[in-house]
Design a binder for this molecule. Sequence first.
Ligand SMILES: Cc1cc2nc3c(=O)[nH]c(=O)nc-3n(C[C@H](O)[C@H](O)[C@H](O)COP(=O)(O)OP(=O)(O)OC[C@H]3O[C@@H](n4cnc5c(N)ncnc54)[C@H](O)[C@@H]3O)c2cc1C
Length: 561
Amino acid sequence: MEFDYIIVGGGSAGSVLANRLSARSANKVLLIEAGPDTPPGNVPADIQEMFPKAALNPAYKWMKLFAHTQALRRNTPQQMPPVLYDQGKVMGGGSSINFQAANRGAPADYDEWAELGATGWGWQDVLPYFKKLEDDDADGELHGKGGPIPVQRMPRGEWSGYSEATAKALEKAGLPYLPDQNGPFTDGYFAATQNNKSGRRVSAAVAYLSDEVRRRPNLRILAESSVKELLFEGRRVVGAVVQTKEGVETVRAKETILSTGAVHSPAMLMRHGIGPAAQLAALGISVRQDLPGVGENLRDHPGVGIMAYVTGNARVTMTERPLQISYRYSSQIEDCPPTDMYTAVFCRGGWHGVGRRLGMAVTWVNKSYSAGRVTLRTTNPQDEPKVELNFFDDQRDLTRLKNGMRFIAGLFDDESLQKTTRSPFGARLSQRSREANAVTFKNKLVMGAAGMLLDGPAPLRDALIRNKITEGPDLPTMLADDALLEDFVRSTAMGIKHLSCTCRMGSADDPKAVTLTDGRVKGIDGLRVIDASIMPNLPRCNTNLTTMMIGEKMSDQILAG
Ligand SMILES: Cc1cc2nc3c(=O)[nH]c(=O)nc-3n(C[C@H](O)[C@H](O)[C@H](O)COP(=O)(O)OP(=O)(O)OC[C@H]3O[C@@H](n4cnc5c(N)ncnc54)[C@H](O)[C@@H]3O)c2cc1C
């Protein structure tokens, strides 16, 4: 059977495309996802939870995918060792394992896309698609009703003592309360918008691949099936070779759409000779189309955190919403726009008894300037590419993150947080604490007991935090010594997992653009890329809603012919 569209990757963008393209009954659509399916009525419990335990489950992730967070340590001409970098390998992709933060960037971010050559992708062009995808509990002209993704806020009266104390400290620091995170994009703190309903995650797969959609005779879904190779006839892609559970299958289509995410989409292109010619030639790959932008411009938001013991009455229970509030603020660093920083405030720092007693504030550079790259190591589709994030390639990102640490640490001096928290510390977990994040029965017992000890006398709690939970200098020592602070930021900075921009869209005459504004790969027929990789620049937000917006808008463009 020949399909009209093969969609490779059932993640945030792929799930949207599968739904919208198969809504036209004349279109025969095939969706191929490498990871397990999450069909209605059979969504695993850890995926449904509001605390993202799913991100700790190896069954839903690419476990050989590592990333170098930065090129150089201070004064050391070496690359830091790579770290396992979570990317979803499950129906719904990132949206099935993420923190369910559901927000949009600043209007200026999308206007910047248009200025960079993505004509038709400015704020006024994309806003209708943000509205189309959502069923928002807020009213007003910026919000949509009746879309597949619920966007919800926790009413202020229900916030935990820790969230409320943080809010009070922020007010004293000069940040106002904003009634709507997805309203006007200004500095302030707010109830965090999330895509869950009745305490359950609504992933792109749950929202867009419902029973009704799955019953469509023109939609076939292949899970646990990996595309190994694209089939070409001349310069046209005519299908793919798929490793299914049953064996190898060849499928053909008029168009193939790569929605495999910001690491695997450029890697797939490069393995097929579409990318920077010299790099490909060095690996012995014959060049089909020289596109220097493939794999370049890799973006993420670098972030660091502070944790603190939260007193009993200010905590949340295991089933309560762990992410209740967040805030935006301005670094006021030269050459950076206002509202360039972001902090998510988690009432729970882990899934176990210790994590339940620890609050965590993670602050990140929301308008980052450093850019990295994805390159192939080998031509073998089993081998993950090399991922270099290059955090702090741009000094502004390092300066802002250091200042960000100072800012969030300063909040703990406020009496509201003094009353509700104790012993704040930089979130550099010891090896033992990191291992205890694995969801096992043994860790549950051990960390449950350790959690009870944390509730004991203050000297015991401090000793446990200093000697067992964390490592490195304590917070006051670090804040008093710029070199120690820089070392902390460099060694603990993590990506917020907003990988993007490696196949960026732009105009036909832009040598660094990989895709045109309808997702078509430049110089190749029958092939589009539609996922987070085509963003021209990383907006000031968590990227799931923006990626689904891209899926919605591209579907409309494809259906319009
Ligand atoms: C741990 C984590 C936390 C995050 N937290 C948030 C958050 O709270 N809020 C937010 O807005 N964003 C968050 N993000 C980011 C957001 O989820 C992603 O930006 C978004 O999911 C990217 O969508 P995508 O369609 O580009 O790729 P993905 O959703 O990653 O989808 C790509 C899919 O393609 C599949 N695939 C890859 N190669 C093949 C192949 N060869 N054959 C078949 N299938 C293949 C993958 O298995 C995957 O399912 C988070 C991401 C992660 C990983």
